[in-house]
Ligand binder design. Sequence first.
Ligand code: BG6
Length: 489
Amino acid sequence: VAKTKCDIALFGAQGDLALRKLFPALYQLDKANLLAPQLRILGLARSPIDQENFLETVRIHLRKFTPTSEIDETVLARFLSRLFYFRIDFTDSTAYQALHQKLSETDNPLICYFATPAAIYGEICKNLHNAGSINKQTRIVLEKPIGYDLASSKTINDAVAKYFTEEQVYRIDHYLGKETVQNLIALRFANSLFGSQWDHNHIDHIEITVAETIGIEHRWGYFDRAGQLRDMVQNHLLQLLCLIAMDPPNDLSADSIRDEKVKVLKALKPIDTHSLNHHVIRGQYCAGSVQGEPVPGYLDESDSQNAQSCTETFVAIKAQICNWRWANVPFYLRTGKRMAEKLSQIIIHFKRPPHYIFAPEQRDIVENKLIIRLQPDEGISLQVLTKDQGLEKGMRLKPGPLKLNFSDTFHTQRIPDAYERLFLEVMQGSQYLFVRRDEIEYAWVWCDQIINGWLSQNARPQKYPAGSWGPISSIAMITLDGKSWHEDS
Ligand code: BG6
C-alpha cells in the first residue's frame, strides 16, 4: 500500500470518538508503517489546554483503548511527534486565519475530519474556504449522524456542497470499514455458488441482527433525541441490507457500488401507518441484568433527563424490497441496546427443496441457512442437511455446519478496526467504503415515514428487560409469518 503524503486536521480532537477510536486507529496505521513520514495530525478543539496536556490526553486514551501487547513505545513516540494541538472555536470565523498559517507550513494535501456536531459542518467549510485553506485536493470526512431527518440532512449536505464536490466528501458509516462487512462483497461476488442462488427463487427470508449489550454510555442527551432507528437503522442496518440485496456492481468502483445500493434503497417498500404496527416493533429497555450484571432501565440511567421519554432503544422491522430479485422475500431487521449478547449477524434462509422425499416428520428441519457472523467470532457457516450416522438411523436427516472461522482458518493476528481501513481509504482517495449523498437521503425517506407514523400514533414503546432479546412482540412479529429468529441468539 502506497503511503500518501497528507496532513490530517481533526476537528473535535478532544471528543469521545477522537480519543476512543480515531487516534488509536491512526496509531495502528503508523505501527503498520502506513503513514507517510511527513504526515502531520492537527488536533483541533476548543479546550484551553496546551500541547503537553493534549499529548498526555491522547497518550492516556491510546493506552486505554489499545491492547498493551500492541503498544510499541518507539512507534508511540513517533506517532505523538506527528500531533499538534490547535485551540479554536469552530464557529469563530476570525480564528481561521491563524489556522490557515498553521496549515500552510506544509503543502501536503489536507484531509479535514469533522468529528463535531453535523449542524456546524457547513460553517466550518465556509470558514476554511474564506481563510483560503481549501483547494481541489482537500478531502473532508463527515461523521454520522448527518441530520435528524431528510430535511436536516439536505440542509447539511447543501451547506457542505457549496465548498466541496461530492468527490471530495467522505461520509462515514463505520460498518463499511469492518473487514467482515467488506467480506460480504467478496462472498457474494467472488463465489458463483451463491450468485446463482441469490434471489426469491431460492431464498425464503433474511435476518439481520445487530445486538449490543451496552446501554447509552453517557450519551443520553444525544440518544434521546435520536433513538435506535436514527442511530443504527438509518445507517448501519440499511447499509448491511444494501450489501446483501444489491445487484452485482459492474466493478469495484465507488460509483458502481453506490449506484447498486441506491437502487435497493429506492425499492424499499414504504411502511405507512396501516402497516406500521405489523411491520415495526419499537422497544425500550427497563431494568434487568446483562450477562449477570444488574443494570438500570433507560429512563433511570444516571444522565436521564426525561422520565417519560418515548425514545426507542430497540427496533425490529419487517422490510420488503419491491423488485424482481426480492419479490415476497421478507428482510427481518432487529437492533437494540442492552440485549442479551453483543452480536451482529446476517442469516440467509434458503427455500426448501421443491419436491420432498424424506420422512414427513422431518420436514421442518429441511432448510439450508447461511450464517454470516460479522462480530464477534467473525466467520461464515452454511447449515447443510446430512444423513444421521448409524445403522439404526435409516435415512434420518441431521443439520450440520460447513464452517469457516476467520481467526482459526486464516490465523489472523488481529482484525483491523473499521476506522483504520477508513482512514487508509480517505488517504488513498478511494470512496467505495463511504456513503454517497443520495444513499443517505433515500435512507432518510424510508425511516422518516416510520418515525412520522410513530409520532401520529403517539404510542409508547414496548418494554423489554435489559439482557433479553427485545420485546415479546418482536418474536411474535416473525412467528406470525411461520418463522423464528435464528436460534443462536
Ligand atoms: C454507532 C452508534 O454508530 O455504532 C452507537 O452511534 C453504537 O450507538 C455503535 O453503539 C455500534 O458500533 P459497533 O462497531 O460497536 O457495532
